[in-house]
Design a protein around this ligand. Structure first.
Ligand code: ADP
Ligand code: F6P
Length: 320
């Protein structure tokens, strides 16, 4: 019987568990022998594999995080550890690996394939939505919904006091969480790493919306796009207005996955297992124009510039 191992790596994302469940159950349905690896690449190096059956993934479809746990395992960039990981897999007779994670995790999967000959398929799982070859990654929809909840709550209190609020959200070098939350949450100003901000523009936007009778003003800042203290100090200097800041932090990475993330998880898992069965490996799955796709892992990693400038402009127009 052919064997497959599955791991989750990098930052956890809501939907990873739903995806693991779907991978395990679909692979078993297709007569594969399935192993889970604990704590991402660290578990491969440390030989932490668990044999899985359908019951191993019971009751997890609704749970955030990852029951396999995850890790940021920096030594995995060293080929010596990559070979150690491949040796672990081969000791179990496993040639196939499904990696659920972000671009860093995909770099690790590519290294295992290029340097050690392991058959890999990647499933994009990260709240950041920073993989250009796919429209959406697992966890993004849930994270944005969590941010929208925070915007709604902040709006209640800011409105009551005619205040200006700045909410910092995650996304490392990608502004998608900030941008989508801004459009869906009716935010007045969004700052993302892809578009350099102009402090005078932010100040005129605040003044302009106050003049037009707005009772609150929300700024969403993507981490990595600027320093929130610096921005607020400059706003105070230029307008005399104090800005209330909130950092949402890891709250936006946890929580029960949305319907969209659970369904995407199931579709990604089925395509990933099918690819391995068809011996089409060293690929990653994704979704483009509402269709499940797969791409060569190197090609996918080389794709850049996925920022939706049109949506960014719409966010601005709709905030007027
Ligand atoms: P994400 O997968 O969410 O982007 P990271 O960037 O932290 O998260 O990457 C997850 C893990 O992938 C790292 O801790 C490391 O084990 C592995 N990894 C990242 N970059 C590389 C690389 N260039 N070569 C090999 N492994 C890598
Ligand atoms: O990649 C997911 C992510 O949540 C980023 O948005 C954020 O910058 C980073 O992980 C935080 O990482 P950690 O939890 O290791 O501090």
């Amino acid at each position: 019987m052919a064997k497959v191992a599955i791991l989750t790596s990098g930052g956890d994302a809501p939907g990873m568990n739903a995806c693991l469940r779907a991978c395990v159950r679909y692979a078993i349905y297709k007569d594969l022998d399935v192993y889970g690896v604990e704590r991402g690449y660290k578990g491969l190096i440390d030989n932490k594999l668990i044999h899985m059956n359908s019951r191993s993934v019971s009751g997890i479809v609704q749970r955030g995080g990852t029951i396999l746990r995850t890790a940021r395992c920096l030594e995995f960039k060293d080929p010596e550890y990559q070979h150690q990981a491949a040796d672990t897999l081969r000791a179990y007779g496993i040639e196939n690996l499904i990696v659920i994670g972000g671009d860093g995790s995909f770099q690790g999967a590519k290294a295992l394939s290029d340097n050690c000959g392991i058959n890999v398929v990647g499933i994009p799982g990260t709240i950041d939505n920073d993989l250009a070859y796919t429209d959406y990654t697992l966890g993004f929809d849930t994270a944005v919904n969590t941010v929208i909840g925070a915007i709604n709550a902040l709006r209640d209190t800011m409105d009551s006091h005619d205040r200006v609020s700045l909410l910092e959200v995650m996304g490392r070098n990608c502004g998608d969480i900030a941008l989508y939350a801004a459009v869906a949450g009716g935010v007045e100003y969004v700052i993302t790493p892809e578009v350099p901000y102009d402090i005078d523009d932010i100040c005129s936007s605040i003044k302009f919306s106050q003049k037009r009778g707005k009772t609150s003003n929300m700024i969403v800042l993507a981490e990595g796009a600027g320093n929130k203290e610096e921005i607020c100090t400059k706003i105070k200097e230029k307008t005399g207005i104090s800005v209330k800041t909130t950092t949402l932090g890891h709250i936006q990475r946890g929580g029960s996955p949305s319907m969209a993330d659970r369904v995407l998880a199931a579709k990604f898992a089925v395509r990933a297992v099918d690819l391995l069965l068809q011996k089409q490996t060293n690929r990653v799955v994704g979704i483009k124009d509402n269709k499940i796709i797969d791409r060569d892992i190197t090609e996918a990693l080389n794709e850049k510039n996925c920022f939706d400038k049109e949506l960014y402009n719409i966010a601005h127009i709709l905030s007027l």
